[in-house]
Design a protein around this ligand. Structure first.
Ligand code: HEM
Ligand code: HEM
Length: 183
């Protein structure tokens, strides 16, 4: 069934769908930018600009995930599709872990930028300076960097499972799961 022909009550609210797709694009872009900027070995000016962009859009993700958590706690999901219990549990687990990763990634990023011994200010889009959450500390920076990196790889692993699930519903079960998040 095309998303447009799915009754509104069977879909996530417009707010939920917009948040889902805006954040999906933002998160994939941030992972790509993070991996690129740390491996590019470009000149200092370019590297600085890429890091600033990563930190700025990363903080947008922090605002959006806070908004999305509030929305999610106040919303009732559309009635579930018929599926096996194990499958339902698996999808719930992936969603909960997604929320954990979506919140922890920008928080560890902000903590890491604060702990950096380089002491570079975090200025989202050059507008204002973010307060540092901890004092500069090279050891702490390295720990947070490893956690931030592991979370990013975890997010990608969850995305692979999530997309595989969506495709299974579409191609094998041929049900409306994809349409629940569609426009
Ligand atoms: C959901 C949001 C975010 C995602 C998905 C994300 C993802 C990533 C990824 C994939 C890397 C590369 C890791 C590696 O392989 O070395 C990275 C590095 C980095 N991120 Fe983020 N990030 C996010 C938010 C933030 C925020 C909010 C900040 C700071 C305010 C930040 C600061 C950094 C810094 C400073 C590095 C470079 C660390 C180094 O020098 O090795 N990130 N991020
Ligand atoms: C990093 C990217 C993504 C994240 C973090 C993400 C996260 C989520 C979360 C947490 C939910 C549960 C609804 C909620 O509580 O907000 C959800 C639902 C959904 N997602 Fe994603 N998603 C991503 C990308 C995708 C992609 C690429 C697809 C399509 C191939 C997709 C298809 C869906 C569908 C169809 C649902 C509805 C499932 C249902 O109602 O049972 N998502 N997603």
């Amino acid at each position: 069934m095309k998303p447009a022909s799915i009754p509104a009550a069977a879909r996530w609210s417009l707010q939920g769908r917009v948040l889902h797709w805006v954040m999906a694009a933002l998160l994939v872009g941030l992972v790509a930018l993070g991996l690129t900027m740390t491996r590019l070995h470009a000149d200092l000016g370019t590297t600085f600009a890429l890091y600033q962009a990563h930190k700025s859009y990363g903080l947008v993700a922090l605002v959006l995930v806070a908004w999305r958590i509030v929305w999610r706690l106040r919303t009732s999901p559309p009635p579930p599709q018929a599926m096996r219990r194990a499958e339902w549990l698996m999808s719930r687990l992936v969603h909960v872990l997604f929320y954990g990763a979506m919140a922890a990634l920008p928080l560890t990023g902000w903590l890491m930028a604060s702990a950096s011994p380089l002491r570079l200010p975090t200025r989202p889009f050059g507008l204002f300076t973010m307060p540092d959450l901890v004092a500069p500390d090279a050891g702490l920076f390295m720990v947070l960097r490893s956690i931030h990196m592991a979370l990013a790889y975890g997010l990608v692993a969850l995305l692979v499972l999530h997309v595989a699930g969506a495709l299974k519903h579409r191609l094998i079960d041929r049900d409306d799961t994809l349409g629940r998040m569609g426009f």
